[in-house]
Design a protein around this ligand. Structure first.
Ligand code: LLP
Length: 432
């Protein structure tokens, strides 16, 4: 009935998530509130791990892309499921370290890593660093030499695949700020240079074609292109690249009409492609990494808001204003992303109207969505916006000096705070 499987309606007609009554959560913890269902996170992790086991003989590691949603508790949960982690900044690395994450399972990304970040990544013993450009390779080689370390690296490659998704979240095409281009020979030159480095060990190549992708074909295509590259390196440089990182980007259901392929189908088809291509090219099957972010975090989450003003503009539209905004939910203003919304205390009622849900920032574009089917919402009602577990908290800001909401985890009806709500003192904490 609802877009995420963890949502239901209880005997009071209230929306529940992971067995917890969302109206009670809003009353207990206040709004706006991010709620994450622990079991949804765990089951997504298990499905990734199990499908690597089933379709690729376990010769791979799924690394949660923590840019989607990072906090200590999320890192602990993901670690306890045996996942790896993809971190993109010193802040995400630090969070993983403090959560006790096994750092040898962490890959460190970034198109412009600072020396401070590279130093920290080497010091905390990350499993591998995904090198994006030559300046980084040289800087890392020097940093590693000073520390007498030999960090493992992958090279980020632009495979030249067009993924059918929003322009802002495409990354695999030649005109991208990420990685080395294949077509121009840049990637091959980078491999040569990396092999010559004494203080880094080239163990893999990486590609990521974009995010919120529904088709499997572009992933298969990317795998083929990357394997051909691995074969070229083997044949021409006599060097064996053992690891192939295929990135993340698996689409999720934000609306009922969305129909992403299940991860199992992705893993089955991509594993088949990898196996048959390796045979054809005469190379060993690589160890595979994948980096799902959204598909683990998004369906686990909802955001709860309280309705304030309602403005009906005859023949134009109705605005339902909430106590949150683009500061906690920036994806509509950035990508026009669509969400399902439910009046949590009227979850059994018909969605009888179409409204614009507006945030409270001083910015006309600050909307959660337009033309959204919704139960009749009035001041004091609680609105749940669904599938917000990825890229909402992690992209939130303090615009208008708003305080960031708390994050609560629910687990089989029980709830606990994972991130406290910011206070007014937090807002001026760094002011002098
Ligand atoms: N690996 C790499 C190298 C990435 O750049 C990304 C996402 C991922 C993995 C994880 O992708 P996912 O499985 O979550 O699709 N803020 C945007 C999404 C940006 C994605 C950036 N990179 C949004 O809210 O839609």
């Amino acid at each position: 009935m609802f877009v995420s499987e963890n949502l239901n309606v209880n005997e009071k007609g209230h929306l529940t998530i992971g067995g917890a009554d969302t109206v009670e959560l809003a009353a207990e913890y206040g709004t706006p509130l991010y709620v994450m269902d622990e079991q949804t996170v765990r089951s997504a992790c298990r499905r990734f791990n199990d499908s690597i086991g089933k379709f690729y003989g376990g010769k791979g590691l799924a690394c949660y892309a923590s840019k989607a949603f990072s906090c200590l508790e999320m890192c602990r949960i993901v670690a306890s499921e045996g996942m790896g982690l993809d971190a993109v900044s010193i802040g995400e690395l630090y969070t993983a370290v403090k959560a006790g994450f096994p750092m040898e399972k962490v890959g460190f990304h970034g198109n412009n890593k600072t020396d401070e970040e590279l130093n920290y990544a080497v010091e905390c013993g990350v499993g591998h660093i995904i090198v994006d450009n030559i300046s980084e390779l040289i800087r890392l080689e020097n940093i590693a030499a000073e520390k007498n370390a030999v960090p493992h690296i992958m090279l980020r490659i632009k495979p030249g695949i067009d993924a059918h998704t929003h322009d802002f979240i495409k990354t695999g095409q030649i005109d991208s700020k990420f990685g080395f281009a294949l077509e121009t020979g840049e990637a091959f030159e980078a491999v040569k240079q990396a092999i010559e480095c004494k203080n880094v060990k080239l163990m893999g190549v990486h590609c990521h074609i974009g995010s919120q992708i529904f088709d499997i074909a572009p992933f298969e295509e990317a795998a083929k292109v990357m394997l051909e590259f691995i074969a070229k390196v083997k044949n021409e440089l006599n060097y064996e690249i053992e690891g192939l990182n295929l990135g993340g980007g698996f689409g999720i259901k934000y609306l009922n009409e969305h129909d992403p392929a299940p991860f199992e189908t992705y893993m089955e088809r991509v594993s088949e492609t990898v196996k048959s291509e390796c045979e054809k090219l005469g190379i060993a099957q690589p160890f595979i990494y994948i980096e799902p972010g959204r598909s683990i975090a998004a369906p686990a989450g909802i955001t709860l808001y309280k309705v304030g003003a309602r403005k009906e503009i005859p023949n134009i539209r109705t605005y339902v204003s909430i106590d949150g905004s683009m500061a906690d939910s920036p994806r509509y203003i950035l990508y026009k992303s669509e969400y399902e919304a439910i009046v949590a205390n009227k979850a059994n009622e018909e969605r009888s109207e179409r409204v614009t849900i507006a945030g409270k920032c001083c910015e006309s574009g600050d909307l959660i969505g337009e033309n959204m089917p919704l139960q009749h919402a009035e001041s004091g009602d609680i609105i749940a916006v669904c599938a917000t577990g990825a890229y909402n908290y992690s992209m939130s800001s303090n615009y208008n000096r708003l305080q960031k909401p708390a994050v609560v985890f629910v687990n089989n009806g029980e709830s606990r705070v994972a991130v406290k709500r910011e206070t007014l003192d937090d807002i001026i904490r760094n002011d002098m």
